[in-house]
Design a protein around this ligand. Structure first.
Ligand SMILES: C[S@@+](CC[C@H](N)C(=O)[O-])C[C@H]1O[C@@H](n2cnc3c(N)ncnc32)[C@H](O)[C@@H]1O
Length: 495
């Protein structure tokens, strides 16, 4: 594999993809395979496209689960979706799925999902690992997958499908293992001999050799005789400051590993191995989430302040009463607190998460104009004509879709005349066929029994019935925002 251009944004993007979304992609393709989703679709033009409800019924699964699995395949071009009709298989996909030797390789890769999570152990010991009562030569599997001669695939599309299904999650585990061993930190100041790396990390030279080789195929490492160091691109992208930031995504990825290994079961039986409807699980995951966001508070604040500027360009924030629902680290409410010295902000979240908000408010001197409100956003009383601005940052995907009509109705009632509702987070295209990172985020929400990611038309369908008849989407760095009101606030000139 050729080395990426030095420190190119594409290289950094690829690294982040492998730290976060790559394993979600493998999981979607693997679940499609094990559920038999693709086996029920005709080749495009050779049979009637299959509607979602029919497809879900065929595989004995629920509608939302089947949709969460198939949408990334549509975005990747492996499945064709025709609006109002349904799904079919482009000739290329239908072609490689007819190749039995090839599909056997796909099924074989599926068997390694849970075993792959034992890569840190395999690299430490250099030996086979035990899983499910059997011994697995995990290092041998990695060697064959990444470092051996390539196995020919029936077509370039088939090779791409195999790479995403079989190698993508294995790459993520390589990054997880490197982070657990503190391997990348040791390469920060230049190439290091393999034996010294083994001594420093406490891992076997054999295991490290395989791991460094796999990281080499990702364009991160290269060998110079007996020593291993960063490539030029990695040296530029991963300095002492950005390395911890990059590696921080990995534990969150791992939190979903077991659940993704049972994605097919979640689609068929609605059995969720990571269930965020369970209060204890939600407490653990959201506490971690709030503290992770706290550690990157400053960069997120730049983003949320841009959104506050957008609202300020539409209406005055003087004396505005602001509500931040599902506040997490408090970074969105804080931006509105800073946007005008006379705003008053209410931060609503569960009690254990609010602990993460306090230090930020103290540091920003916002405490006198802030209120911390502990409660369930679906059960509290928002009152009537209470707020000028209501913020919903990244909270909609956490809520059960059936609750949304009632929730928006309560919020609309609480919004004063001239009030603005601002939703931030991922927004899907109108056809729900991208962007891919939003679809993988939606898949994580599904596999953890949470809510959904929506498109602008889907938001409008929820907002219009409660009187919020004007809604537009705005691009912000990283995220998008949807701003809604009753048609009584002017849009900014640039909109
Ligand atoms: C993905 S985090 C977003 C945090 C923050 N708003 C941000 O954008 O960085 C979702 C937040 O919603 C909170 N949340 C989820 N369900 C909730 C509920 N029913 N009531 C109140 N807060 C809830 C979680 O505790 C978590 O802090």
């Amino acid at each position: 594999m050729s080395e990426p251009v030095a420190s190119s944004p594409a290289f950094v993007q690829r690294l982040n993809f492998h730290a976060r979304d790559a394993s979600n992609e493998s999981a979607a393709l693997q679940a499609a395979l094990s559920l038999g989703l693709l086996a029920h679709l005709p080749e495009t033009g050779l049979g009637a496209p299959v509607p979602l409800a029919t497809l879900a019924r065929h595989v004995g699964g629920n509608l939302r689960g089947a949709r969460a699995v198939i949408e990334p395949l549509v975005a990747l071009g492996f499945v064709l979706f025709e609006e109002g009709r349904g799904y079919s298989l482009p000739a290329t996909t239908a072609g490689f799925l007819r190749d039995e030797a090839f599909t056997a390789r796909l099924h074989e890769a599926r068997r390694w999902w849970h075993v792959a999570a034992k890569l840190p152990e395999a690299v430490r010991t250099g030996a086979a690992v035990e899983w499910n009562g059997a011994s697995w030569d995990l290092l041998g599997w990695y060697r064959a997958l990444f470092l051996g001669p390539p196995v020919p695939a029936p077509s370039p599309e088939a090779a791409d499908f195999h790479d995403r299904l079989a190698r993508a999650f294995a790459r993520t585990q390589a990054l997880v293992t490197a982070a657990e061993l503190g391997l990348l930190e040791r390469l920060l100041s230049g190439p290091v001999a393999l034996a010294e790396l083994a001594r420093g990390t406490g891992a076997s030279a054999e295991g490290l050799g395989v791991l460094l080789g796999v990281l080499g195929t990702l364009g991160i490492t290269r060998s110079e005789g007996e020593a291993w160091g960063f490539t030029e691109a990695a040296g530029k992208a991963l300095d002492a400051q950005s390395l911890p930031y990059f590696q921080r995504a990995l534990p969150a990825t791992m939190a979903y590993w077991e659940a993704f290994g049972h994605l097919d079961e979640a689609v068929r039986e609605r059995k969720f191995r990571l269930d965020l409807r369970d209060p204890e699980t939600a407490r653990r995951i959201y506490q971690e989430n709030a503290s992770r966001i706290s550690s990157i508070f400053a960069s997120h604040l730049r983003l949320s302040r841009k959104a506050a500027e957008l609202v300020k360009s539409m209406r005055s924030l003087a004396g505005a009463r602001v509500l931040d629902v599902g506040t997490g680290s408090g970074v969105w409410g804080a931006a509105f607190g800073l946007a005008d010295p006379s705003t008053h902000v209410t931060f609503l979240d569960s009690p254990h998460v609010l602990d993460a908000v306090r230090p930020h408010l103290a540091k920003l001197k916002l405490e006198p104009r802030s209120r911390l409100w502990a409660g369930d956003c679906l059960g509290v009383d928002y009152g009537e004509d209470t707020y000028d601005v209501i913020l919903l940052p990244q909270i909609i995907p956490a809520l059960p879709p059936v609750e949304l009509p009632g929730f928006f109705s309560l919020l609309a009632r609480a919004l004063r005349p001239g009030g603005v509702l601002l939703i931030s987070g991922y927004l899907l295209t109108d056809r729900r066929d991208g962007p891919l990172d939003a679809l993988y985020f939606a898949l994580r929400r599904y596999v953890s029994n949470e809510g959904d990611v929506l498109s602008l038309p889907e938001f409008r369908a929820l907002l219009e019935p409660v009187g919020l008849t004007a809604a537009r989407a705005f691009d912000m760095p990283i995220q998008q925002v949807v701003v809604a009101h009753r048609g009584d606030v002017p849009w900014p000139d640039a909109a």
